[in-house]
Write a protein that binds this ligand. Structure first.
Ligand SMILES: [Zn+2]
Length: 375
């Protein structure tokens, strides 16, 4: 089984709806799209040469676009130069590598991507990187050709698109991309998306979510997965009515995905989960395909390091992730864990030994912990 993966935003950013691998033509097509879109997030990933001018540019170059047939793609600036192209003076495609300015900008880009759900301002970035806002703004713009704000917008928009394509509802998609209120997004992104998010979502290709419902030591267990990994694990008591509720819950979670019950295809996950619960596979690392804010990711990754048979307090987890004051936010992150057991939020209890809460019922938490202590 693949390595455990709570997708970071950065990784999620690299993901595109299309398969990543592909023929050279497919890669060229995607690169051309990035050039047309002036996609700043692919700066550094490749450059393109324009045969009619003999100049090569980064994907985000603000210069006017030429026709597709005049364009050649190169993985590195060096290759473009070897092929006889000169670097564009406007977008400075060589600046991406090997100078301290671009290292700073690259670090800023990563920071922005990883904190996209926060309220990112130039002032905040200046504090984080210990430079004046003016210096940051100027450096960023000279290296990337766009302002930090424009970059933040682009990252957000991309995140929203991915969230919508993944089948999340508009409010969730916006919230996870750092838009405080949806009204603000509607104003802004209707123009950026070229349509309302609602309409974009309807047009997006629906993701396929396969699921199964089976018996487990903890009652009925629903496991759902995309082709990239498990996206939901839920529990309920044994009854036909509860099975319906599990399915309705899945529908609420992925309202726009194509949901398919597929007991056969899911049997592999079912047995993996069973051994995980029974402790036969203590280090089972299940590939997960879940959306997380930077904070949730931090908490959830920290939970995965709590050894079987042990517990931690909410405040201990908060300290562990370097945010000692965030005890309540940690509890919230535990309560919003989409994959029971795989992310062992049941191993977090209150400081006084009280079990605290559990999304799938306190009895189940108790049972799980007892089971883990035994084995
Ligand atoms: Zn250029």
């Amino acid at each position: 089984m693949a390595t455990n993966a709570i997708l970071s935003e950065e990784e999620a950013m690299k993901r595109t709806p299309q398969p990543v691998s592909g023929s050279a033509e497919r890669i060229s097509a995607r690169r051309w799209q990035a050039v047309v879109d002036r996609d700043t997030s692919l700066d550094g990933a490749f450059v393109f040469g324009v045969s009619s001018t003999g100049i090569f540019c980064r994907p985000s170059c603000p210069a006017k676009r030429t026709r597709r047939e005049n364009v050649r793609f190169f993985d590195h600036a060096l290759q473009a130069e070897r092929a006889g192209y000169r670097a564009c003076l406007r977008c400075r495609p060589k600046a991406v590598d090997g100078n301290p300015q671009s290292a700073l900008v690259r670090a800023m880009c990563r920071y922005i991507e990883q904190h996209i759900e926060d309220r990112l301002t130039l002032g905040l970035l200046a504090k984080e990187f210990r430079r004046s806002p003016f210096h940051l703004q100027r450096t960023f713009k000279s290296v990337l050709g766009v302002s930090p704000k424009a970059y933040i917008d682009a990252v957000r928009l991309r995140q929203v698109k991915q969230n919508l394509q993944a089948g999340h509802d508009v409010t969730t998609a916006l919230y996870a991309a750092g838009y405080g209120s949806s009204s603000r997004l509607y104003e802004r992104t209707a123009t950026q998306l070229g349509m309302t998010p609602e309409k974009y979502r309807r047009g997006a290709v629906a993701a396929v979510v396969r699921y199964t419902i089976a018996n487990s030591p903890l009652g009925r267990m629903l496991i759902a997965a995309t082709d990239k990994g498990i996206c939901s694990i839920q529990f309920a008591d044994r009854s036909a009515e509860n099975d319906d509720q599990l399915q309705q819950g899945l529908m609420r979670e992925f309202p726009f995905a194509t949901r398919r019950r597929d007991d056969a295809a899911m049997s592999q996950w079912r047995s993996a989960l069973a051994s995980l619960i029974q402790g036969q596979e203590t280090n089972a690392a299940l590939p997960l395909d879940i959306r997380a804010t930077a904070f949730q990711r931090k908490v959830w990754q920290s939970l995965q390091k709590i050894p079987r048979g042990e517990t931690r307090s909410y405040s201990a987890v908060a300290k562990k992730i370097g945010m000692p004051k965030a005890t309540r936010a940690v509890a919230r992150a535990c309560a919003t864990n989409p994959v029971a057991v795989a992310i062992p939020c049941h191993r977090v209890i209150r400081e006084d030994g009280d079990l605290g809460g559990y999304r799938w019922g306190i009895d189940r938490k108790e049972q799980l912990l007892a089971l883990e202590k035994q084995l």
